[in-house]
Design a protein around this ligand. Structure first.
Ligand code: PEP
Ligand code: MG
Length: 884
């Protein structure tokens, strides 16, 4: 197979080989649209060039053959002195990388052919202008000379003319500029500008190949998750000239508005200009409508072609075109980028226009776009002062007074003030403050730090790891790198979508889509587009979607958002605030009687918690996980308490209570709490704790059943590694169930299952399934345990190097590591179902709300995903897209 293809030989589906631009030029050529002829050097040639560090064998000959054919077609030879053929050389990778790689126009001009061009066009000014453009582009992109040198010389020329418009430069000025540019080239490269047209062409092609590996191109690919090894194609095309005078020009257009998705004329046109001028903004462009007044015929031809392209591509297209002396030429088209809002509108409009079906419409939008539509946003036009940038941990826009501790957050919120909780990092005890705050800002920790996970769960805006901030909770202030200080009570704004932190209040607008999901009747075409697409996705999907929720409010909201149950109620969240003291009493109890007292005090509180959640989720399954985190999280900090006790003793006023407490804190202190006394191990160590929780769940269920409700509790045991662990705890739970049912005289519909969040559990899933009614994969811990990465530390510590080296392109805590952790999910499911074919299997780690991971969970046959309430609509949509 060859390395070079004529435009007439390809089609739009060959983006792998011809790049996006080449494939679409071929498609337009074959549609009979006015495309200047040319050919494409394939991405394969680029890959070979980059690998071997030189042109692959045979490339030069193939280029000669295609160039010969082009010259024949055009009746002119490249760079010929009397009447030169000129060509453009443009990059074009499979995925668009706007502005990242190189383009060189007017290849073929030299000191002789510039005169030929002047004679043929009868326009000396145009010929000199074209030559100076070649020198400028070639100098900067092929020869690597800083573009500033050319820009400065151009500015000087305009200045000495007393103008700031390049059109005021006449032929004489431009001839002078050409001489200056040639001097710049010689000075910087030590040799004159290459006069041989073929040498110009070959150097330009190599420069395009090389531009695949520039820093900015690499960075762009990393951000957009474009694979590194694709390479770019190179398009060589006969030049048409938009700078031929006022009856010529260049423009860009969209077949619909890429911002709103509405129909109409969207684009810009610039008279007497070549392509680069339009985007560079050197002169003011006119709208497409005004283009109609300048050149009616070209305008109408363009409109007709745009309609044809839309019907052909069945999608919104963007277009680059040139008018040369009143004739329209198409230089590029592709399916256009658009805002999330436009994506939903265009998809539904195209269904109504009969261009696509609803299945296709669902595939044309994404969960990420829906999520974007659900965030409140900062008003883009508003003024703002940037203080710092951290990680975009949980999206949205929050404005409030900076507060530095949870008590203040709660107190100020209670008196009706909006606050942003600012911490170095948060811990479970900050939950109250986080609930009370509009947003959370931390200076440490990554996207799965406590602050980030909890904030996402609550749909609270969060920026974490803003390391340039020096947070001093004691002084109640943070300092910004440039010396500015923000004190308690000062208003700040944080953007969880971009990670930016601003001084003062940036204006915010609420999301219509969230109001719609909340049940409000909203008459708006975007809302109706979203709701039609969601209805179709719901009808198509196999995977069920549940929510992670531990409060009745969140549960009710999750249900409104379409959750089909709760997949994870983390009960440890119910032991904070006032109840913490009861837990402390339980932990430090010296005898069984005291322990039982503490448990007895907790029982009614827990019962009430569950009763309210059952009510919110009447008729739907509610998976309640028994308490998981290490006990010492409920006790005072070891260092702080040690200092306090030491000071007290020094003053001779030490309290017995503090001394005893310190002993317990020391006893329970762990080097690696995540690998310590947590989950099922706690249940075995303090049996009364799980027993109390099971009783609270089952009594609440019994009461609600007696009241005519339909509770469906699923009791879940965390951190199980061995079937014996599960059996021990399950025995207790079943014993409690017997008692409760006998006592209350009701039969309960309940089940007892386990989390699979340790590698051992995944390996032994066939055994564990014998004792479990259901599995729920805890992919947060499973990722942590499989990689040996502490989920609280590693992201901020070293992940950026991992991204640099391409070890992974996204954090495995954010999007499932499908090969490794995913392999365990698949194996665990298969093994579990080998023992119990109807075993219900779900996932409740953060990955349950991540689009890529959702497709994976669907593919391996899970029954449901569970995610935070705000992700529920996203998961519904992605579960639909996964099967379509
Ligand atoms: C998990 O580990 O994936 C999980 C859901 O539990 P947690 O995040 O509470 O450890
Ligand atoms: Mg876990």
């Amino acid at each position: 197979m060859g390395f070079v293809f004529d435009f007439s030989a390809g089609n739009k589906d060959q983006r792998d080989l011809l790049g996006g631009k080449g494939a679409n030029l071929a498609e337009m050529t074959n549609l009979g649209l006015p495309v200047p002829p040319g050919f494409t050097i394939t991405t394969e040639a680029c890959r070979a060039y980059l690998q071997d560090g030189g042109d692959p064998d045979g490339l030069a000959e193939e280029v000669s053959a295609h160039l010969g054919a082009l010259e024949e077609k055009m009746g002119r030879r490249l760079g010929e002195a009397a009447d030169p053929l000129l060509v453009s050389v443009r990059s074009g990778a499979k995925f668009s990388m706007p502005g990242m790689m190189e383009t060189v126009l007017n290849i073929g001009l030299n000191d002789e052919s510039v005169a030929g061009l002047a004679a043929q066009s009868d326009d000396e000014r145009f010929a000199q202008d074209s030559y100076r453009r070649l020198l400028q582009m070639f100098g900067a992109t092929v020869l690597g000379i800083d573009g500033e040198h050319f820009a400065e010389a151009l500015d000087d020329a305009k200045r000495s003319r007393g103008t700031d418009n390049d059109l005021d430069l006449d032929a004489e000025d431009l001839r002078g500029l050409v001489a200056t540019f040639k001097k710049i080239v010689e000075e910087h490269t030590g040799r004159p500008f290459p006069q041989d047209p073929r040498e110009q062409l070959d150097l330009a092609v190599r420069a395009v190949f090389d531009s695949w590996n520039t820093d900015r191109a690499r960075l762009y690919r990393r951000q957009e998750r474009i694979p590194e090894d694709l390479g770019t194609a190179v398009n060589i095309q006969a030049m048409v000239f938009g700078n031929f005078g006022m009856d010529s020009g260049s423009g860009v257009a969209f077949t619909r508005d890429p911002a709103s998705g509405n129909q109409g004329e969207y684009g810009d046109y610039l008279q007497n200009a070549q392509g680069e001028d339009v985007v560079a903004g050197i002169r003011n462009t006119v709208s497409l409508a005004d283009f109609g007044d300048v050149d009616r015929k070209s305008h109408d031809d363009l409109m007709a072609i745009m309609t044809r392209l839309e019907r052909h591509y069945r999608d919104m297209c963007d277009i680059e075109f040139t008018v040369e002396r009143g004739k329209l030429w198409m230089l590029q088209t592709r399916v256009g980028k658009r805002t999330p809002e436009a994506a939903f509108r265009i998809a539904v409009h195209m269904v109504d226009e009969g261009l696509i079906g609803l299945d296709e419409a669902v595939l044309r939008v994404s969960g990420a776009q829906l999520a974007q539509l659900m965030f409140p946003r900062f008003d883009e036009s508003a003024e703002r002062t940037l203080l710092a940038k951290g990680m975009n941990a949980s999206p949205g826009a929050a404005v409030g007074k900076a507060v530095f501790d949870s008590d203040t957050a709660v107190a100020w919120a209670e008196r009706g003030e909006d606050v942003v909780l600012v911490r170095k990092e948060t811990n479970p005890d900050d939950l109250r403050g986080m609930v009370a705050a509009q947003g959370i800002l931390t200076s440490r920790g990554g996207k799965t730090s406590h602050a980030a996970v909890v904030a996402r769960g609550m749909g609270r805006t969060c920026v974490c790891g803003a390391e340039s901030l020096d947070v001093d909770a004691r002084a109640k202030e943070f300092r910004v790198r440039d010396g500015e200080t923000v004190r308690e009570g000062d208003v700040i704004s944080i953007d969880g979508t971009t990670g930016e932190v601003f001084a003062g209040a940036v204006p915010v607008s609420a999301s219509l889509i969230v109001r719609h999901f909340e049940g409000e009747k909203i008459d708006d075409d975007l809302v109706s587009a979203v709701s039609r697409i969601m209805a179709h996705a719901d009808g198509a999907r196999r995977l069920r979607v549940r929510a992670n929720s531990d409060t009745p409010e969140d549960s009710a909201r999750a249900r409104r958002f379409g959750a089909q149950g709760i997949g994870l109620c983390r009960t440890e969240h119910m032991f904070l605030g006032d109840r913490r003291e009861l837990v402390e009493r339980l932990i430090v109890a010296e005898d069984e009687a005291t322990q039982e007292q503490a448990l007895a005090a907790l029982l009614p509180l827990q019962r009430q918690d569950f009763a309210e959640i059952f009510e919110a989720m009447d008729g739907l399954p509610v998976t309640i996980r028994l308490i998981d985190p290490p006990l010492h999280e409920f006790l005072p900090d070891l260092t702080e308490l040690s200092v306090k006790v030491a000071l007290e003793e020094e003053r001779g006023e030490g309290s017995e209570r503090d001394r005893v407490l310190l002993q317990h804190v020391r006893r329970l202190h762990e080097q690696n709490p995540m690998l310590g006394l947590r989950g099922v191990r706690l249940g075995i160590q303090i049996p009364g704790l799980f027993e109390m929780q099971a009783r609270a769940i089952l009594e609440a269920a019994a009461d609600y059943t007696a009241a005519g409700g339909r509770p469906l509790p699923e009791i879940m045991i965390p951190l199980v590694a061995s079937v014996r662990e599960l059996d021990v705890v399950k025995g207790t739970i079943l014993g409690v169930a017997e008692e409760v049912q006998a006592d209350r005289g009701v039969r309960l519909d309940f089940s007892v299952g386990t989390m699979i969040e340790l590698p051992r559990a995944a390996f032994l899933a066939d055994r564990i399934a014998g004792s479990a009614d259901f599995f729920s994969f805890g992919t947060n811990d499973l990722t942590q345990m499989a990689w040996g990465f502490s989920r609280d530390d590693v992201e901020a510590a070293f992940f950026s190097r991992y991204f640099d080296h391409g070890i992974f392109d996204v954090s495995p805590f954010e999007s499932l590591d499908q090969l490794g952790v995913g392999g365990m999910v698949e194996m665990g499911t298969t093994k579990g179902r080998a023992t119990k074919p109807n075993l219900k299997v779900g996932v409740c780690g953060e990955h349950g709300g991540d689009p890529r991971s959702i497709h994976f969970f669907d593919d391996v046959g899970l029954d449901y995903v569970s995610c935070s309430p705000f992700r529920v609509p996203v998961a519904r949509l992605e579960a639909g897209r996964s099967v379509l």
